[in-house]
Design a protein around this ligand. Structure first.
Ligand SMILES: C[S@@+](CC[C@H](N)C(=O)[O-])C[C@H]1O[C@@H](n2cnc3c(N)ncnc32)[C@H](O)[C@@H]1O
Length: 201
């Protein structure tokens, strides 16, 4: 079944459970109510929190050929697992942005536990208001609709050659992926930013 913004998850088996991660996001687009105080997000989330399974994290980073010279941004970083794994396994620097302060607390704690606090930074913020121009790799686990809204920002701000990897959701017909891979039922999409895209951004 293709992931769309409108399906309901079915968690009957492990394989289905992984597909269910995409579908769980897709089924909750209405998100979480906004409370601009304390530990709560300043506004309604564009995507609910569903973590990427670790084997999919590992493959996403391999597809992007992450290395020690990279600066990886995870937009909507959740508990920081993509950023922390990139730093721990490949020595990359990483920045995680999440609208939910609770996720940022968890991400910082996970970075401390993994001994990569010096290579990582986690900030409460809106991915649409984040300057991405320094990134060499961008990772996403959002929604089809959110990816499409983000695409002009990626084309405008990212340097040519920057790698973009998305778990479960593509960028629509206007930006077909260069590579896709399926890991235990989860599709991973891969793109690189080109000069031509920058001219049209
Ligand atoms: C599906 S989770 C992905 C978490 C992590 N990237 C992963 O793959 O495990 C999406 C995350 O996006 C965050 N989020 C939703 N809307 C956001 C926004 N506008 N700006 C920043 N983060 C947002 C949510 O709080 C949630 O943690």
């Amino acid at each position: 079944m293709q992931a769309t913004d409108h399906h309901v998850p079915c968690l009957a088996s492990r394989r289905t459970a992984l597909k269910g991660c995409a579908l769980a996001i897709a089924s909750c687009v209405t998100g979480v109510p906004a409370f601009a105080q304390g530990n709560n997000p300043a506004r309604q989330l564009d995507v609910p929190y569903v973590p990427t399974p670790q084997n999919v994290v590992d493959r996403m980073l391999q597809m992007a050929r992450v290395g020690k010279n990279d600066l990886l941004y995870d937009l909507g970083c959740g508990d920081g697992r993509l950023v922390v794994t990139a730093a721990r396994k490949y020595g990359a620097r990483g920045i995680g942005i999440d609208l939910d302060p609770q996720r940022i607390k968890e991400a910082k704690a996970n970075a401390r536990k993994a001994g990569v606090s010096d290579k990582t930074e986690f900030t409460v913020g809106d991915l649409f208001a984040t300057d991405l121009s320094e990134a060499t790799v961008v990772t996403l686990y959002l929604l089809n609709s959110v990816n499409r809204k983000l695409r002009p920002q990626l084309w405008k701000q990212l340097k040519p050659g920057t790698r973009v990897v998305s778990h479960a959701f593509d960028m629509g017909d206007d930006w077909p992926p260069e590579k896709t891979e399926v890991v235990e039922g989860s599709t991973i999409y891969y793109w690189t930013i080109t000069e031509a895209q920058k001219k049209t951004a």
